[in-house]
Ligand binder design. Structure first.
Ligand SMILES: Cc1cc2nc3c(=O)[nH]c(=O)nc-3n(C[C@H](O)[C@H](O)[C@H](O)COP(=O)(O)OP(=O)(O)OC[C@H]3O[C@@H](n4cnc5c(N)ncnc54)[C@H](O)[C@@H]3O)c2cc1C
Length: 404
């Protein structure tokens, strides 16, 4: 049934909400984005982008701008903390199937201003800050959302509502959709130093296996070369407070254990995260939809969280625009759900969990077997190509496209 309302309401001006809104606006759909915070957030979480993500954002004009401010990373490593490089992968092996045969490093807080800037060029798009989604009701015709603003509570009516409001999504809770899965017992401490790790043999992206404290390294653009080397440490000791873990002397100890040097590290930031593996049971209920972390969360090993969220956004906006204009039945949106749910369960959740297990394995025999397997894959170009197709998320996108 066509709606009496003439716009789509997107909840959350994170990268997934803004990209969904930009896609809709580019198709002529009036769109309102509401964001609880007073401005775009300076989120340090995501920083590594895969080839299909760059390809999907290109038609919206994002990729061309984004590529100017980050670092192309054609090679990445899996290492053992004590013995060094186990395997090095070259994304150049995929040059015949993607125009972007590299991982691309740039902070997510530099992506959102690009998308916001592009979105503001559409007169039928608006972004309202300091406007938090509280709840919503829907009938066959429209959604009515209750929001809080500094001026008080108000309601916004929309034909469709997209919840892109992150892992703790109020939209998902309003929909009554379950979020089954688990929370990992360890915490991830993420820090950043200006000290250049490249002379120590690290590629700009490296995963370092260690049963006691595995790590991951991402070189990021920053105010001057060599940029910022972000280092993630898994912390298994549950008895230490977040404050004690983030204390400068503790961060220094972790860095010195990883790459010893005679002088103290120049630490730029430190943060701590709990990570989860969860997928919402459905991404649609009537006129309300979920995308990004609101629909699924995973550990960051393999950098698939935001990438997967952008894949949701770029799958959803053409379908929703078609349904909005009445050119297709709302059942088309169930295809979005089937495609993206499958990509999450069969690929993102599976691969990110496997990546974590590879890095943290404690049994010496299993650990040696798994690292040998990775070594064998990297040494064989055909196997390495298949592996890169999976780890670059090309396989998940291809598989989802096959789902009717
Ligand atoms: C340490 C770490 C490293 C990571 N690295 C990577 C990586 O390299 N690559 C990758 O792909 N992923 C990575 N991720 C995951 C990535 O950060 C998330 O998947 C991504 O931020 C999800 O984007 P989103 O837009 O769905 O949600 P968010 O970025 O969480 O944005 C949600 C927005 O909604 C707003 N909001 C929330 N509630 C409301 C409300 N009630 N009303 C209005 N607005 C609301 C929030 O303020 C926020 O602006 C990493 C995660 C962690 C923890």
């Amino acid at each position: 049934m066509p709606s009496s309302s003439n716009r789509v309401l997107v909840v959350g001006a994170g990268p997934v909400g803004l990209i969904t809104a930009l896609g809709l606006a580019s198709r002529g759909v009036p769109v309102t984005v509401i964001e609880r915070e007073p401005a775009l957030t300076e989120d340090l979480r995501a920083g590594s982008f895969h080839p299909p993500t760059l390809e999907m954002m290109a038609p919206l004009g994002i990729t061309e701008r984004f590529l100017k401010i980050g670092i192309k990373v054609p090679r990445w490593q899996i290492r053992d903390r004590h013995t060094g490089v186990v395997a090095e992968f070259d994304l150049g092996l995929l040059a015949d199937i993607t125009p972007h045969p590299y991982r691309f490093h740039c902070e997510q807080f530099k992506l959102t201003p690009i998308v916001y800037d592009l979105l503001r060029q559409y007169p039928h798009a608006e972004v309202r800050f300091a406007c938090g989604f509280e709840s919503a009701t829907q009938d066959g015709n429209k959604v009515i959302a209750t929001v809080t603003t500094p001026q008080g509570t108000e309601t916004i009516e929309a034909a469709w509502l997209v919840g892109a409001d992150g892992g703790r999504s109020n939209v998902r809770k309003t929909m009554g959709v379950d979020f089954p899965g688990m929370t990992w017992p360890d915490r991830f401490l993420v820090t950043g130093t200006r000290y250049d790790l490249a002379p120590h043999g690290f590629t700009p992206n490296a995963y370092i296996a260690d049963p006691d404290c595995f790590s991951a390294i991402f070189q990021m653009p920053y105010d001057r070369p060599p940029g910022l080397w972000r280092v993630l440490f898994s912390i298994t000791d549950t008895g230490v407070s977040d404050e004690a873990l983030m204390a400068p002397d503790n961060v220094e100890r972790l860095m010195q254990d990883l790459v010893p040097r005679k002088v103290r590290y120049d630490i730029v930031h430190t943060g701590i995260y709990k990570v989860h593996q969860r997928v919402a049971t459905t991404f649609r209920q009537g006129r309300m939809l979920l995308a990004g972390d609101a629909a699924h969360v995973n550990n960051p090993l393999g950098a698939m969280g935001l990438n997967g969220g952008i894949h949701d956004a770029c799958n959803l906006y053409p379908k929703l625009a078609t349904v909005f204009t009445g050119a297709a039945d709302a059942a088309l949106l169930d295809r979005y759900v089937r495609q993206r749910h499958l990509a999450q369960v069969e690929f993102v959740q599976e691969l990110s969990t496997r990546n974590k297990k590879l890095l943290e394995e404690r049994d010496p025999t299993v650990r040696a077997e798994r690292l040998d397997e990775v070594r064998r894959i990297a040494a064989d170009p055909a196997l390495a190509r298949d592996y890169l197709i999976k780890t670059s998320m090309i396989a998940s996108v291809r598989r989802a496209e096959m789902v009717e």
